[in-house]
Design a protein around this ligand. Structure first.
Ligand SMILES: NC(=O)c1ccc[n+]([C@@H]2O[C@H](COP(=O)([O-])OP(=O)(O)OC[C@H]3O[C@@H](n4cnc5c(N)ncnc54)[C@H](O)[C@@H]3O)[C@@H](O)[C@H]2O)c1
Ligand SMILES: [Zn+2]
Length: 341
């Protein structure tokens, strides 16, 4: 087991190990009167009762249907209703048990209910373990776009039980690998070597090491730039074009991690980062993450430019000049169009 400390505006520890789901009390403050465990139906079937049994005092569960379609203000509103009907106060604690969808919604409910209550992250998907459970970004989607409403709210603790990955469907595991590849390329030759050394059957033997390295990278970046004014943007490597693919396919085509892999390849090709591109090709082939992109680069650039979260006349792109090192470049929309011609 390992503990990684994050020294953010509100500091917390990330605990990573096997079987931690049954040992939650060891990692949380003793001060809470009761707990609300928020989860989705898939994860509830595997882990809700175990988590309930592991927490002290009164514990109540709230289950919503799995999937991105639930990441709405309506679900948050139902959570507020559940919390207030059951008299949850600031002395109590909310627990996010599940993948990134559960983590984002629950974190947002915790950030806003009674102007902010404590919450714990217990991530159960690979994507949530390596990425979304750490860093304090919470939020929901609007009909007009993903993650358009949200808040920064750091958890009190993150408890990562690697064993929960055993029940995660393979497609979601592969999806999480997309983000792992990103971490390797932006910051860690070690992660990239582990990915190159293994294949989809053997990678699980190194997954503890991989999750730890990813969290350390995210921790370092978030400590430096918690509110994403600068360096935190490098975590968006592959996301400008990846999001564009997802949007053009109305979020019913490629999954996020697979789209990010395609996005990393596109930007690396446009910027002539040959070594990065070669690694991306080798790893994505090995793990079955290669997909045909049915849009031209200029179609993708146009879609990226209408993204609601970008600046008026320029866009940040993340470039990986050499594996293990990435930089943020702000380029004008005119330059982006030219690049993609
Ligand atoms: N806050 C952040 O910093 C951040 C970063 C990256 C992504 N995200 C968000 O994360 C979300 C995607 O996360 P995700 O891929 O984990 O999606 P998800 O939460 O929908 O989980 C994927 C699927 O796996 C199931 N599942 C999760 N853990 C399981 C387990 N151990 N066993 C069996 N089934 C399990 C879920 O029920 C779901 O069907 C997106 O909404 C994205 O915007 C947030
Ligand atoms: Zn992502």
């Amino acid at each position: 087991m390992t503990t990684i400390h994050a020294e953010t505006s509100k500091p917390y520890d990330v605990h990573i190990g096997h079987g931690l789901i049954d040992r939650i009390t060891e990692f949380i403050p003793k001060k809470y009167d009761k707990f609300a465990v928020i989860t989705d139906d898939n994860v509830a079937a595997f882990y809700l009762e175990r988590v309930k049994a592991a927490l002290p005092g009164k514990v109540q569960g709230f289950i919503f249907p799995h999937g991105e379609a639930s990441k709405t203000l309506e679900t948050v509103s139902r959570i507020y209703g559940f919390l207030s009907e059951n008299q949850f106060s600031r002395k109590d604690c909310i627990v996010a048990l599940g993948g990134g969808v559960v983590g984002d919604i629950t974190g947002f409910a915790a950030a806003t209910y009674l102007r902010g209550v404590d919450f714990l992250q217990i991530p159960t998907s690979l994507l949530a373990q390596v990425d979304s459970s750490v860093g304090g970004k919470t939020g929901v989607d609007l009909p007009s776009g993903k993650n358009l409403v949200g808040a920064f709210h750091q958890p009190k603790a993150v408890i990562i039980d690697i064993d929960t990955l055993e029940t995660l469907p393979l497609d979601y595991f592969k999806d999480g690998l997309g983000e792992v590849i990103k971490y390797g390329l932006i910051s860690s030759k070690e992660i990239t070597s582990l990915l190159l050394k293994n294949d989809i059957d053997s990678i699980k033997s190194d997954i503890f090491e991989i999750v730890c390295r990813c969290i350390e990278i995210k921790r370092d970046i978030v400590e430096e730039d918690e509110f994403e004014h600068g360096v935190r943007k490098i975590l968006n490597f592959g996301h400008t074009f990846g999001h564009a693919i997802e949007r053009l396919e109305n979020f019913t085509g490629m999954s996020h991690g697979i789209a990010v892999v395609a996005g990393m390849k596109i930007i690396s090709k446009l910027m002539h980062n040959e070594e990065t591109l070669d690694i991306l090709d080798r790893i994505s082939e090995k793990y079955g993450l290669t997909r045909e992109v049915n849009f031209t680069e200029s179609e993708l650039a146009e879609a990226a430019m209408t993204d609601k979260k970008r600046n008026a006349d320029s866009i940040d792109i993340i470039v990986c000049e050499e594996p293990g090192k990435a930089t943020v470049k702000n380029i004008s929309l005119k330059e982006l169009r030219k690049l993609c011609e």
